[in-house]
Design a protein around this ligand. Structure first.
Ligand code: PLP
Length: 431
């Protein structure tokens, strides 16, 4: 089955002349799954159309934000109307207040929230705040968790680096990461040990409450609760990076779903409705340390701009409607069951991890509970699966270490078409 890709190929050749690697973010390149990228011309609902006229059911959703589908009419209209009133003011506007009130009303631990322009900015700023607030230098993160590409967080940081086989990044001096300690995900003993040794130097623990950058890895029972307990005991700021899980796993994200409240929360992706937005928020007592009220500096020319606020606010209102999270759960469970059956019928050992509308099929017979077990997956097999699915009109993440995202626009027809494609694709995989 050969997909027509003449125009995408031509665009990629042009792109390679003027954009590093031909892409504006590395995992888009498709290198690890042996393809060059297709170029999107149009997107609507759960489907993408490329320059060559191929249609794909999309389970990437721009890497998470498009939970209500592409070009959602209400979001499009909100952006259109906002644009006619100006795209950025650099002066406060009403939409920023509406947006902050909405976030505070939805996310249980957030009393005060600052808008930024990406998830990377959110985590970078939250860590500066935690360090400024505690006066301590060190941070703990977990192997395989990605928190954006700021220097101090590029340590064993999951998908992008794992996909391309890059251990860390040149350009990050050792002194910058000297205060970063990366521990195995789901290993509370390791955290306890680190706290025993240097608890009074640790400013914060940052964690993806459900990891989404080594494939999908749920927290083991007690892991998040244990982090909360240890942080309380040692005066350490607990940061949940909910850039993926926020507004996806529940209206209030993973913290609502698992009933564990962090001190600070980082948000991104869905909060922007498809526009570039991030946010960090939490307990007012900590947030009050940010300038201008406090002395921890953080700023942004385009932060809280009306276009992004209009898109995000509309998206959050769509997600506040009755039945939304039940629909997401039903659709994702239906897909998971179909994929499991398809893999089993083809005799392909696959470990399926799923939490709500995010999930991952690891090409590994063993349970995946941390980065080491995720790395045991057969990435060659994933590459075959990816290409076979693409040939059948289904676009999955071009990396074993990413999630599939199910959204409100994935109707039964799309899910059935996906499961049928998977039945055929798994047959082509030999492990
Ligand atoms: N945190 C998590 C959990 C992410 O998955 C990502 C991006 O994928 C980020 C932070 C960084 O967000 P952005 O790409 O918007 O900078």
């Amino acid at each position: 089955m050969k997909r027509k890709d003449t125009l995408s190929q031509k665009l990629f050749h042009r792109a390679e002349q003027v954009i590093p690697g031909g892409v504006n973010s590395p995992v888009r390149s498709g290198r690890s799954v042996g393809v060059s990228p297709f170029f999107v011309k149009n997107a609507r609902g759960c489907r993408l159309e490329d320059e060559d006229g191929n249609i794909f059911i999309d389970y990437v959703g721009s890497w998470g934000p498009l939970i209500a589908g592409h070009a959602h009419p209400e979001v499009v209209e909100a952006v259109r109307q906002a644009a006619t009133r100006g795209t950025s003011y650099g002066i406060p506007c009403r939409l920023e207040v509406d947006m902050a009130e909405k976030v505070v009303s939805m996310v249980p631990s957030v009393e005060s929230v600052r808008m930024v322009n990406s998830g990377t900015e959110a985590t970078m700023s939250a860590i500066r705040l935690a360090r400024g607030y505690t006066g301590r230098p060190k941070l703990i993160k977990f192997d395989g968790c990605y928190h954006g590409h700021s220097d101090c967080l590029l340590v064993k940081s999951g998908s992008g680096l794992a996909t391309l086989g890059i251990p860390g990044s040149p350009g990050v001096p050792e002194e910058i990461v000297a205060h970063t300690l990366s521990l195995p995900y789901n290993d509370l003993d390791a955290v306890e040990e680190a706290f025993r040794k240097m608890g009074d130097q640790i400013a914060c623990v940052i964690v993806e409450p459900v990891a989404g950058n080594m494939g999908t890895v749920p927290p083991a029972p007690g892991f998040l609760e244990g982090l909360r307990r240890l942080c309380d005991a040692h005066g350490v700021v607990l940061i949940f990076d909910e850039v993926i899980t926020g507004f996806r796993l529940a209206p209030g994200g993973a913290q609502e779903r698992f009933g564990v409240l962090p001190d600070l929360t980082c948000l991104g992706k869905i909060i922007g409705g498809g526009l570039p937005v991030g946010a960090y928020g939490g307990r007012r007592e900590i947030m009050d340390h940010i300038a201008p009220g406090g002395n921890v500096y953080q700023a942004g020319t385009l932060s809280g701009n009306p276009l992004a606020m209009a898109a995000g606010w509309t998206m959050l209102n769509i997600l506040s409607r009755d039945g939304v999270y039940e629909t997401l759960e039903d659709s994702a469970a239906y897909l998971e069951a179909g994929l499991r059956r398809a893999a089993a019928d083809a005799g392909v050992p696959v470990t399926m991890n799923r939490v709500g509308s995010m999930g991952c099929a690891f090409f590994s017979p063993e349970p995946v509970r941390d980065f080491d077990s995720a790395l045991k997956s057969n990435t060659e097999a994933y590459g075959i699966y990816f290409r076979e699915m693409l040939a059948r009109g289904v676009y999955l993440a071009p990396s074993q270490f990413e999630c599939f995202f199910v959204g409100l626009a994935h109707d039964r027809e799309a899910l059935d078409q996906t499961i049928q494609a998977a039945r055929e694709a798994f047959q082509a995989v030999q492990i």
